[in-house]
Design a protein around this ligand. Structure first.
Ligand code: CP3
Length: 359
């Protein structure tokens, strides 16, 4: 059977007109599987750099509808991915809670750190929705422009990862300050996690109202914690967020990305209530297939650096992922975000490989 380019045929739902990405998250098997890439909008694209240059700051970029809508659509136009992800950043939540947030070239996010319950006094949900309002306008604008095959993903940082930045004040090598607070004063730190959890629910519900059809929760620094702490600060808040979202939006799938969780990925798959887990590149494919895919859809997990290398290496690694995981509910993605050194022609090669794949 001939298929138009850019479309997947989903075994379990052949007669349905649903989007392949949503079918996979609902437990369907698609051949070829749907594909999108974390950080698919970004500095590896010349058109992104041109749009970025029009904004005064990265935060302004994220809150200016015309620019953020354009950045979201650029990778869809160029590569025809199965899903568009809201162009934004996980730092919008601390910003809308009233924390001072800015971005420095080459350093990433910088925040006036919150290191104690006392420091939390200036944070609140009071102005949250007003400050975040442009994000919802951006989401509505994107939704209005996407073609009917392309799904629209909203997202937020998971409470632990957002708290890492809120407490450290920037990225960190050892997370000594945030872990020191969490281990030394768990009740105090719980108040910060609870506040971010509440903000995240409000934020994601508003993204759904603005048109998001699926949500991803990025817990990029889950792997900084040992298992018992990972359960308390990553798994339990994620479960709480999923529970709250499912109360009012049972049909909106949630993807969890507990990067670096190792064997604890199994607990996230079985206990969080999420519809899918996004796998980092360190996970053995056969383990992910045998231990996780029977319970949830899986997404991932090509090392993004294959998009720097290209050629035969990219082909071999891509086929390995497909052969291991595409026999069940699966969304092709990377194990973490695209890096600025990735080459657009290798991204095109990847999309072609995935779309050409048959079992
Ligand atoms: O995936 C997408 O295309 C949507 C956009 C998106 C961005 N950040 C845009 C961005 C998403 C989903 C994020 C999530 C995010 N932001 C995470 C979780 C995922 C991950 O990568 O682990 C984290 C930890 C952040 C915080 C953050 N924002 C960092 C550490 C940085 C600096 C990194 C860098 O590449 O410079 C940012 C800035 C940022 N967020 C950029 C983009 C495109 C680059 C900024 C620029 O263009 O100057």
């Amino acid at each position: 059977m001939n298929q138009p380019p850019g479309s997947s045929n989903c075994a379990s739902f052949q007669s349905s007109a649903e989007k392949p990405f949503l079918k996979a998250l609902a437990g369907g098997t698609c051949s070829p599987p749907p594909i999108w890439l974390m950080r698919q909008a970004g500095r590896y694209l010349p058109e992104y750099k041109a749009t970025r240059a029009k904004a005064r700051s990265f935060l302004d970029f994220c809150l200016t509808p015309e620019l953020a809508i354009e950045a979201t659509l650029q990778p869809i136009r160029r590569f025809g991915f199965d899903a568009a992800i809201l162009f934004s950043d996980i730092m919008i939540v601390p910003h809308a809670l009233g924390q001072k947030v800015w971005f420095e070239e080459g350093r990433g996010p910088c925040l006036e750190p919150v290191r104690s319950t006392q420091d939390m006094r200036d944070l609140s949900l009071e102005s949250f929705q007003d400050v975040a309002a442009p994000v919802y306008e951006i989401a509505r604008g994107i939704k209005a422009q996407l073609d009917p095959q392309t799904a629209f993903i909203g997202f937020a940082g998971a409470p632990w990862t957002v708290a890492c930045y809120m407490v450290e004040g920037s990225g960190s090598r050892d997370y000594a300050k945030v872990k020191g607070w969490a281990y030394g004063d768990p009740e105090g730190f719980q108040a910060l996690i609870d506040l971010v959890t509440e903000a995240t629910v409000v934020y994601l519900e508003a993204q759904i109202a603005a048109g998001a059809e699926a949500l991803q929760l990025f817990d990029s620094w889950a792997g900084a914690l040992p298992p018992a702490e990972m359960r308390r600060w990553c798994l339990l808040p994620a479960r709480r967020i999923v529970e709250r979202l499912k109360e009012r939006h049972p049909d909106v799938p949630v993807i969890l990305f507990p990067r670096g969780a190792g064997l604890t990925y199994r607990d996230f798959a079985f206990e969080s209530g999420a519809d899918a887990v996004s796998l980092d590149s360190t996970l053995p494919l056969a383990w992910a297939r045998d231990e996780l895919q029977s319970r949830v859809a899986v997404q991932g997990n090509l090392d993004p650096i294959y998009l720097v290398a290209g050629g035969e290496a990219l082909k071999r690694a891509t086929l390995e992922v497909l052969e291991a995981l595409a026999g069940g509910p699966f969304v092709f993605n990377l194990g973490s975000g695209i890096v600025p050194a990735a080459r657009p022609e290798y991204v095109a090669q990847l999309v072609e490989l995935v779309r050409g794949w048959r079992p």
